[in-house]
Ligand binder design. Structure first.
Ligand code: E4P
Length: 217
């Protein structure tokens, strides 16, 4: 499973990228607003740092506006994936941009039917939002499973990009289901390293190291 990092914070992307943990980046208007940076400027900086796809989201609601914005975003770098919402206008834009050879990430997906439409419209990525479904007591991971089954049934190339990930558990569950990509905030990716028994084991080793005065350097 590929890891995308879900942030527009350059320092955080760099730290994970230097460790080889970043296969791509996703941003959205809320993350751009949080960064306080100009969307074109910060997106270019991310594209220069990361080799994989960098999702940048349109802000227009109509197909004509989305297409114009998408074309402008696509000019930033070769690794841009234009992010469009899963609306009818978003699907029209997805089809047009995909036909032009631009990667498209269709976002705000909350149902298997929406994912089916995005694949038919030529999406490179479909972004089902796990956490936001969990928030309203609908099993977000079940949606990932359903989309996996549907895409495999018909051999769709669209990659399942599990989004709105809130925990390390979401990451391992997505990997078990077979999501192609998971995008997560840096803190969640770092939390994957944590285990209570690792901490306990290390504390025991440290106590013995001190008792025995073990030194290597
Ligand atoms: C993905 O592309 C979205 O930017 C993101 O995962 C949304 O996550 P949230 O529901 O935690 O805001």
């Amino acid at each position: 499973m590929k890891f995308f990092v879900d942030t527009a914070e350059i320092d955080q992307i760099k730290e994970l990228n230097d460790l080889g943990m970043v296969d791509g980046v996703t941003t959205n208007p809320s993350l751009i607003a949080k960064s306080g940076r100009d969307i074109l400027e910060v997106t270019k900086e991310i594209c220069d740092m990361v080799d994989g796809p960098v999702s940048a989201e349109v802000v227009a609601l109509d197909a004509e506006g989305m297409l114009a914005e998408g074309r402008k975003l696509a000019k930033i770098a070769k690794n841009i994936a234009v992010k469009v919402p899963l609306t009818w206008a978003g699907l029209q834009t997805c089809k047009a941009l995909s036909d032009e050879g631009t990667m498209v990430n269709v976002t705000l997906c909350f149902s298997a039917n929406q994912a089916l439409l995005a694949a038919k419209a030529g999406a490179t990525f479909i972004s089902p939002f796990i956490g936001r479904l969990d928030d309203i007591n609908i099993d977000g991971l079940e949606l990932i499973e359903d989309i996996r089954t549907i895409y495999d049934n018909y051999g769709f190339d669209t990659q399942i990009l599990a989004a709105s990930i809130r925990s390390a558990n979401h990451m391992s569950e997505c990997a078990k289901i077979g999501a192609d990509v998971a995008t997560a905030p840096p803190a969640v990716i770092k939390a994957m390293a944590n285990h209570v028994l690792t901490d306990k084991g290390l504390a025991g080793f440290m106590a013995d190291i001190e008792k025995a005065g073990i030194k290597i350097l």
